[in-house]
Design a protein around this ligand. Structure first.
Ligand code: B12
Ligand code: SF4
Length: 441
C-alpha cells in the first residue's frame, strides 16, 4: 500500500537499473509512493512517468538542489522530452532510455568533470537484462502485493521490453522504436520462483507486449506445467493474436495459470481503429471473445473515446460493441469507456497539437498533466459516459461492496445503464456526479 492506502506495484523502473550502480556507489533507495523521506546524497536520481510522478519527482529534485546535490532524472517522461526536461532549473542531467550503462556514464562524467546540464542516451540496441535489485529496497517485496483480479498476493514482473505494433496513442513507436526484446524462459522461471518465495500467488506481467513471441510463451507454459509451479498469471494480449491462437495453445495457457487477459479493444468502429493504426479488425475482436469464452479465460476489455475526428455515431458503435462482447461472453469484464488523453511521444500527440490542443511547455506543467483533466475532447457527454459505463459490468461493480442493499442497488442501476446504452438515451443523468464523487473520493 502507498501513503494514501492505494495498492501499488514494485518500483521496477529503478530496481532494474540500480543493481550494477550499487556495485560501484553507495545507493539509498526511496520509494516516494511509500514514504515522505527525501534522499540525501551527492547525486539524487528520480524516475517518473508523465503526470503526478513528475510533480512528486520535482519536489525531490528541488530539495536536492537546495541541499547542493546534483540531480538526474530518467524514465519514460524524461526520455520522451529530454530537451525540455533538461531546461528545468532543478534538473542537472537527463538519462534517456533503458540502460544502466548510460547512468554509469553520467556518474563517471560527474566524477571526472562535474559540469552540469547534459543528456546521456542509452545506445544499446537490446538493453542487457538486469535482475531487479530487491535487496536495495527499504521495504519487503510483499509490501507491494497487488489485489488484482481476485488474487490478493500479486507482484509485478517484467519479461521483456517494447512492441512491434504502431498504435498512435502509445509510446512504443517512439520510445522503443517498435523493437521488441524478450527475456529468456530460464530468466522468467527464475524470477517467478523468486516472487513465489516472497509469498506471491500471482504475477502481473507489465510487458508492453508479452505475446510478441508465441513460441517463447509456449515454452514458458510447458515449463510452468512440467515444474508444477503454482502461479496465476495476468497480462495483456492483442485481440488479433488471440484470434490467431489455436484452441490447443489457449488451453495450454489456461493450464499454466493464465486465467484472465487484459485486451485493449479501444473502439467498436473500424474507421476509428484504423485511424489509431491499431491494425485490428472488429471481426478479430469478436473471434477472440468467442475463443476466450470457449477456453474459459476471462477477458478484461478496455475502451476509449474522444479521438480526433471521432463522431458521436462512432462512439455509439463502441458502446454497441461493449454490450455485444458482454452479451456473447457474460464472463467478460468491461472497463468503463475512457476518454482519450494524448501523451507525449505518441503520434496522436502531434495530431492533437496540430488540432490546437495546448500542451505544457515546461516540466512543471507536465507534473499537472493528468488523464482526468487533459483530454483532447472536453465533451460533457463523454465525461458522463466515462462514469456511468462502469456499471455495464455489473459483476465487477457488485464485488466492490459487501452491503446487500448496495449490491441490489448496483444491480438495478446496472440494468438501467444497459437500457440507456441500448437506446442511446443519455439525456437527464444527474447520477453521474455521484459516481464521479465516489470514484474520486
Ligand atoms: C505498471 C504500469 C503502471 C502502474 C504504475 C507503474 C509505476 N511504476 O508507478 C499503474 C497501473 C498505476 C499505471 C498508471 C498509469 N500509467 Co502506466 N504503465 C505501467 C507499465 C505497464 C509498466 C511500468 C513498468 O514497471 N515498466 C518496467 C520498467 C523497468 O520500465 P521503465 O519504467 O520504462 O524504466 C526503464 C527506463 O525507463 C529507465 N528508467 C526509468 N526510470 C529511470 C530513472 C533513472 C534515473 C534512469 C537513469 C533510468 C530510468 O530504466 C528502466 C529500466 O530499463 C508501463 C508500460 C511498460 N511496459 O513500461 C505503463 C506506462 C508507463 N503507463 C503509462 C500511462 C499512460 C499510465 C496512465 C496515465 C494510464 C491511465 N490513463 O490511467 C497512468 C498514470 C499514472 C501516474 N501518472 O502516476 C504510459 C506512460 C506514458 C508516459 N508518457 O509517461 C506507459 C509507458 C504505457 C504506454 N503504453 O503508453 N501504470
Ligand atoms: S498499444 Fe499495445 S499493441 Fe499498440 S503499440 Fe502499444 S504496446 Fe503495442
Amino acid at each position: 500500500m502507498d501513503k494514501r492506502g492505494v495498492s501499488i506495484g514494485l518500483p521496477l523502473s529503478l530496481l532494474h537499473i540500480m543493481g550494477p550502480i550499487a556495485e560501484k556507489y553507495d545507493v539509498e533507495f526511496i520509494d516516494r509512493r511509500m514514504s515522505d523521506d527525501v534522499p540525501l546524497g551527492d547525486v539524487v536520481c528520480v524516475s517518473a512517468m508523465t503526470g503526478n510522478q513528475v510533480k512528486d519527482g520535482l519536489e525531490v529534485l528541488k530539495q536536492a538542489k537546495a541541499d547542493d546535490n546534483l540531480t538526474v532524472i530518467g524514465g519514460v517522461h524524461a526520455s520522451l522530452l529530454p530537451d525540455q526536461t533538461l531546461k528545468h532549473e532543478d534538473v542537472d542531467f537527463v538519462v534517456v532510455g533503458d540502460s544502466y550503462k548510460a547512468l554509469l556514464e553520467c556518474l563517471n562524467h560527474i566524477e571526472s568533470t562535474g559540469s552540469i546540464k547534459k543528456i546521456f542516451r542509452s545506445c544499446e540496441q537490446t538493453p542487457e537484462y538486469i535482475p531487479p535489485a530487491y535487496s536495495l529496497m527499504n521495504n519487503h517485496p510483499s509490501d507491494y502485493f497487488l489485489n488484482l483480479y481476485g488474487s490478493r498476493n500479486t507482484l509485478s514482473l517484467l519479461c521483456g521490453r517494447g512492441c512491434p505494433h504502431r498504435c498512435k496513442y502509445c509510446y512504443n513507436s517512439f520510445y522503443n522504436k517498435r523493437k521488441w526484446t524478450g527475456y529468456s524462459v530460464d530468466t522468467i522461471i527464475k524470477r517467478i520462483k523468486e516472487l513465489i518465495s516472497f509469498g506471491a500467488q500471482s504475477v502481473d506481467l507489465v510487458d508492453d507486449n508479452f505475446f510478441t513471441d508465441r513460441k517463447r510463451v509456449e515454452e514458458l507454459c510447458n515449463r510452468i506445467i512440467s515444474e508444477k509451479i503454482e502461479i496465476k498469471i495476468f497480462t495483456n494480449c492483442r485481440a488479433d493474436y488471440i484470434g490467431k491462437f489455436s484452441m490447443d495453445f489457449l488451453k495450454l495457457m489456461k493450464q499454466a495459470g493464465f486465467n484472465e487477459l487484459f485486451v485493449g479493444v479501444e473502439s467498436g468502429n473500424q474507421r476509428v481503429l484504423d485511424l489509431m493504426s491499431k491494425d485490428l479488425k472488429i471481426d478479430q475482436i469478436l473471434e477472440a471473445n468467442r475463443k476466450l469464452k470457449e477456453v474459459g479465460i476471462r477477458p478484461v476489455y478496455s475502451f476509449m473515446c474522444g479521438f480526433p475526428s471521432e463522431t458521436w455515431e462512432e462512439v455509439c458503435d463502441t458502446i454497441d460493441l461493449m454490450l455485444r462482447l458482454k452479451k456473447e461472453n457474460p464472463n467478460a469484464s468491461l472497463t468503463s469507456l475512457k476518454i482519450f488523453t494524448p501523451f507525449p511521444g505518441t503520434e496522436f500527440y502531434d495530431v492533437c497539437a496540430k488540432e490546437g490542443m495546448k500542451f505544457p511547455e515546461s516540466l512543471d506543467g507536465w507534473g499537472d498533466f493528468d488523464y482526468n483533466t487533459s483530454k483532447f475532447k472536453n465533451d460533457p457527454l463523454l465525461e458522463k459516459l466515462s462514469y456511468v459505463t462502469y456499471f455495464l459490468d455489473q459483476e465487477s461493480m457488485v464485488n466492490f461492496t459487501k452491503n446487500p442493499l448496495l449490491k441490489l442497488a448496483i444491480k438495478v442501476y446496472s440494468k438501467y445503464v444497459w437500457f440507456r446504452c441500448r437506446v442511446k438515451w443519455f439525456g437527464f443523468m444527474p447520477e453521474w456526479r455521484i459516481i464521479k464523487w465516489v470514484k474520486n473520493r
